[in-house]
Ligand binder design. Structure first.
Ligand code: BG6
Length: 484
């Protein structure tokens, strides 16, 4: 069957940086179904040709050495443009007409991609419904919705209700690009295609889990958006909780979208939202020095650019194992990593039976960059009595596999085209995630505890975060990944 991908917000950054390059790569690799076309919709007046020309330049830049003139020419012939305003019903009627003409009345599956400003998601969905564009008699109709999905639980519920007025849940694909990363999918493979990890993947062997998404970049030009969002909405509600779910979930009974998402949802259900007193003790918030001078940021802003959140997953597997989630802008380096910190050996026959001073085993899942896995273990230092040192067994994707890691959007777009929603968030998942994040925001605002900390750019967040972790009896794994 033919496919049409309609991108709303076509003149935006995401389209030229990520979506078109990803679709082009899929075409280049021969993965797009034959007879796939792309139609852009936004307010800017472009002809088909003018939009193609602009995309030629941006794709050349973002696809880098994979840009092949001949392949791009083939692909760009299937790119079209329809100017229109989300606020105008007649523009959706015009879009419907254009789509029917392009599709020549043939049965065609359509994917609508909402990449507009988030305040237009509900309206765009309603107008798709009103123009008959969600109707499935001529092929499947799916809708991909970019993040953020709401700004809190109430707005996410409202948006879910608006979307469900027009599309059934099976047609809705809420994107979280972290799930499209190879290393995140590999975590499922690591856990559920190897028999050696599952037996120890629980409270009996694991002391705690650290999930860190550190960014080297500052807020920069995104101040207007970021100052309303802050690190909890921008990174925790979606990406960090997704990583937590994939780390903590039970093995799904089969590899179907709902079986996988059922297990993920159970993890969120097992996380008890924090009370204001717990928020004061179990979270940290910080702002990098200089944030208030960023363009678009309020001079007296109390938006956190760094946070730590300690969560517990109250079930048989994880009871008593803290999950430390941490993310921030303008930190030491760019690294997203999941650290599974195992317990100390119960008895040490070396060093007089004492367990002091020893770092216990650690599994480091390096999500990005330097994608791979390291298992840290104690090794005897040669020719030094029974002295030991933590060394590692190391797997790196780039050493074991030729070729570059694909962009997350390639996998996600292809899955949506093929109707596989496994790597997309379901409505209950999104709402449960907000149910965990909202009480933290609320407590920060109302009780003002913990106090906002300031950190110097280029560090691992506020220095108080190191002390806080020490008071927990643990230490952060503050290591930048080694890039070749
Ligand atoms: C986005 C956030 O969702 O994820 C950004 O809005 C953040 O603030 C980005 O920089 C991080 O994505 P990645 O793939 O670079 O880790």
């Amino acid at each position: 069957m033919a496919h049409t991908i309609v991108i709303f917000g076509a003149s935006g950054d995401l389209t030229s940086r990520k979506l078109i390059p990803a679709l082009y790569q899929l075409h280049r690799k021969g993965r797009l179904p034959a007879d796939t076309r792309v139609v852009g919709f936004s307010r800017t007046e472009f002809t088909h040709e003018a939009w193609r020309e602009q995309l030629t330049e941006t794709t050349r830049e973002f696809a880098g050495k994979d840009f092949d003139e001949t392949k791009w020419k083939e692909f760009s012939q299937a790119i079209f443009y329809q100017p229109g305003d989300i606020g105008r019903g007649e523009d959706f009627d015009a879009l419907a007409k254009t789509l029917n003409e392009l599709e020549g009345g043939q049965p065609t599956a359509r994917v609508y991609y909402l990449s507009t400003a988030p305040q237009f998601y509900a309206e765009a969905t309603a107008r798709l419904g009103a123009a008959g564009l969600a109707e499935e008699s001529h092929g499947g109709r799916r809708i991909i919705i970019e993040k953020p999905f709401g700004t809190d639980l109430a707005s996410a519920q409202k948006l879910n209700a608006a979307v469900h007025q027009v599309f059934a849940e099976r047609q809705v694909y809420r994107i979280d690009h972290y799930l499209g990363k190879e290393t995140v999918q590999n975590l499922l493979v690591l856990r559920f295609a190897n028999a050696i990890f599952e037996p120890i993947w629980n409270r009996n062997y694991i002391d705690h889990v650290q999930i860190t998404a550190a960014e080297e970049v500052a807020v920069g030009r995104r101040g207007g958006y970021y100052d309303h969002a802050g690190v909890l909405r921008d990174m925790f509600q979606n990406h960090l909780l997704q990583l937590l779910m994939v780390t903590a979930m039970e093995a799904p009974v089969r590899r179907t979208a709902d079986a996988i998402r059922d297990e993920k949802v159970k993890v969120l259900q097992a996380i008890r939202p924090l009370t204001p007193e717990e928020v004061a003790r179990a979270t940290l918030r910080g702002q990098y020095r200089g944030y208030l001078e960023e363009p678009g940021v309020a001079a007296d802003s109390e938006t956190a650019t760094f946070a730590v959140v300690k969560l517990g997953v109250d079930n048989w597997r994880w009871q008593g194992v803290p999950f430390y989630l941490r993310s921030g802008k303008w930190m030491s380096c760019r690294t997203t990593q999941i650290v599974i910190q195992f317990r100390q050996p119960p008895f040490m026959m070396f060093e007089d039976g004492k367990v002091v001073g020893h770092e216990a085993n650690r599994l480091v899942i390096q999500v990005q960059p330097a994608e791979g896995i390291q298992l840290h273990l104690q090794t005897k230092v040669p020719d030094a009595g029974m002295k030991m040192r933590l060394t590692d067994l190391d797997f790196r994707f780039d050493r074991s596999f030729a070729g570059v890691m694909p962009e997350a959007y390639e996998r996600l777009l292809l899955d949506a085209i093929n109707g596989d929603a496994s790597l997309f968030a379901r409505s209950d998942e999104v709402e449960l995630a907000w149910g965990i994040i909202d009480p933290i925001h609320q407590a920060w605002k109302e009780t003002r505890h913990p106090a906002m900390l300031t950190y110097e750019p280029g560090l691992w967040g506020p220095t108080e975060s190191t002390d806080w972790m020490e008071a927990e009896g643990r230490s952060w794994f503050d290591t930048c990944p080694v890039l070749r």
